[in-house]
Design a protein around this ligand. Structure first.
Ligand code: PEP
Length: 248
């Protein structure tokens, strides 16, 4: 069974209605590559409407509440995202873990909510520079993934997409080498298959961290890299198009 190839653009706190309109009109469509755009919450409904009739293009939120409803001012539930036509949700991005105190337990609860409503969670994992230098990269990623597996169960994990994003590579211009990324991706696949036979072969694992047109092809040539989660370069339409083409 071949895994989905995915190129997802995380706009972070950037974008506008005009930018959205322009990018949807300009993005290339490449056979067998699922392209995902993740604008901020206010643009999700319009984004979903714009991509509704387009093949291979879908919309992700950048975050979601771990609660389903109730007195949680400022939160947005998975049901609401589903209601406005979003398909996936980025969960556990390192900026949310670091700046907004998201623990492994919160991330696991969010993934559980996303799966419950039939959306696709894009689970971000990755080590800090200090952890890499200590040689604990694989242990850190494994712990982050296991905490989700423990809550949702390996049998419900087929629909999770994992994004391996070394924290030191995000927004720094310094990508992991293709060999460094491949090593971690292979170890994640091994962990998944140890949890449930065959699971490692099914789950798409994206690389994220300073992916650009210049390094995308080499990353995508690695056996266990199924695409990319792209931050800064997803805001430069021509460059994002080059990354999409490199995945094809
Ligand atoms: C990200 O925000 O997920 C990301 C990978 O950012 P960048 O591509 O800018 O490093």
């Amino acid at each position: 069974m071949s895994r989905r190839k995915i190129v997802a653009g995380n706009w972070k706190l950037n974008g506008s209605k005009d930018f959205l309109q322009n990018i949807v009109e300009t993005l290339v469509s490449v056979n067998d590559v699922d392209v995902v755009i993740a604008p901020p919450f206010p643009y999700l409904e319009k984004a979903s409407a714009l991509v509704a009739d387009l093949n291979g293009l879908s919309v992700s939120a950048q975050n979601v509440s771990s609660y389903s409803d109730g007195a949680f001012t400022g939160e947005v539930s998975v049901a609401m995202l589903k209601d406005i036509g979003a398909d996936s949700v980025i969960v556990g991005h390192s900026e949310r873990r670091e700046l907004f105190g998201e623990t492994d337990a919160i991330v696991a609860e969010k993934i559980s909510q996303v799966l419950k409503f039939g959306l696709t969670p894009i689970l971000c994992v990755g080590e800090t520079l200090e952890q890499r230098e200590q040689g604990s990269t694989i242990e850190v990623c494994s712990t982050q993934i296991k905490s989700v597996l423990d809550v949702v169960g390996a049998e419900n994990f087929d629909n999770v997409v994992i994004a391996y994003e070394p924290v030191w590579a995000i927004g720094t211009g310094k990508s992991a080498s293709s060999a460094e990324a491949q090593e971690v991706h292979a170890s994640i696949r091994k962990l998944l298959s140890e949890s449930l036979e065959g699971l490692g072969k099914k789950v798409s694992i994206l690389y994220g961290g300073s992916v650009k047109a210049a390094n995308a092809k080499e990353l995508f040539e690695q056996e266990d890299i199924d695409g990319a989660l792209v931050g800064g370069a997803s805001l430069k339409v021509e460059e994002f198009n080059e990354i999409i083409k490199a995945a094809g």
